[in-house]
Design a protein around this ligand. Sequence first.
Ligand code: TYM
Length: 421
Amino acid sequence: MGRAVISQFLNLSTTSPRFPSSLLKGQIKSGFLKKPQQIHPPKLILLQNRTSSRCCCSNAAPSETNDTSASSDSPISSVRKRIVSGVQPTGSVHLGNYLGAIKNWITLQNTYETLFFIVDLHAITLPYEPKQLSEATRSTAAIYLACGVDTSKSSVFVQSHVRAHAELMWLLSAVTPIGWLNKMIQFKEKSRKAGDENVGAGLLTYPVLMASDILLYQSDFVPVGADQKQHMELTRELAERVNYLYGGRKWKKMGGRGGSIFKVPEPLIPPAGARVMSLTDGLSKMSKSDPSDQSRINLLDPKDVIKSKIKRCKTDSLPGLEFDNPDRPECNNLLSVYQLVTGKSKEEVARECHDMNWGTFKPLLTDALINHLHPIQVRYEEIMSDSAYLDRVLLDGASKAADIADATLNNVYQAMGFLRR
Ligand code: TYM
């Protein structure tokens, strides 16, 4: 792995909050952990947005060849590092999901072993319409493919089709301190919005399911937007906790291989697009749950809708256009979107738009968005019209995923002392 490529990644560990030591002290006092656990701050890796580059990692990340210490019992022996990620099939996939996650998967699949799932089990943690769930799941899968996920390189599957996700979640739930879950920002925000009476336990345990999604595959990296940082920290803490509680010699005594049960994964956060903001408020994240559709560009929005949303989106009255001015969040957001959909560098965009006004820039951005999204929309329609093809992709993806997931799950059962089936 070349030094030049390594240097394109920035280790964000110092900026990322950790679980407070008081929490750990509490565990030790209660005897849950027998000795202080070494909790390292998570390594958050910024994914450089280079279409042709090998995606590599910081100095701190493991070596290029997959460390098989945590996966040698897997029937699939992989020499490539492994990546997993997913999107919930709720609402419509928007530009934030695309620029923060899906678009980066397309580059990563050329270098890594990749598994991309549609997280339907997560989608039921807030009130939802059962009649729409399966259709939204198919549609999200079709969007992955239309965006360029290539089934000759990646496995695409539905989370609920691989039973190990729900099973591992139960096992992990038993070792997840409730205090960790109560601290999750997304839980606090979503439960506040839903009103406490309506909040199901699934919303609280949501991150445990996400950890299962990731740890089942002994994943090295997880490409996500910035809003998933805290869930990734919990996943890492949980992996270390299980390795400490049940791994190593303890696992060997149970007849296992010994060593780590789980690999500790690292998030890949893109330097641009990690937090695409609302079109109506540059300080709020673009989100599926925003009641106003005007706040987001959906990947399947027709041309005239994109045009109207950009025309009406919030701007400011300052002269020129610039990145990184904290007083101009909308300006920074729209320039970043333009940068990502045109594939230009930040410097190029800064130069090009420096003297523009909104009246000049908005049509430019509209055209760039339409040009970028139109081919995706055409492919989406083709894929959706061939349901047998989509079924095959999902069946094949689930079967490959289950082979890897079952091997991990069996290890966990063994290490935790369950009677063999
Ligand atoms: P979800 O469905 O909310 O979002 C899917 C992906 O899109 C990213 N994202 C954004 N990125 C930039 N700007 C935005 N405004 C924006 N909004 C969303 C998210 O960070 C995410 O990467 N918990 C996850 C789904 C999940 C998952 C997993 C992801 C479940 N299991 C395992 C990775 C690995 C979620 O709710 O994503």
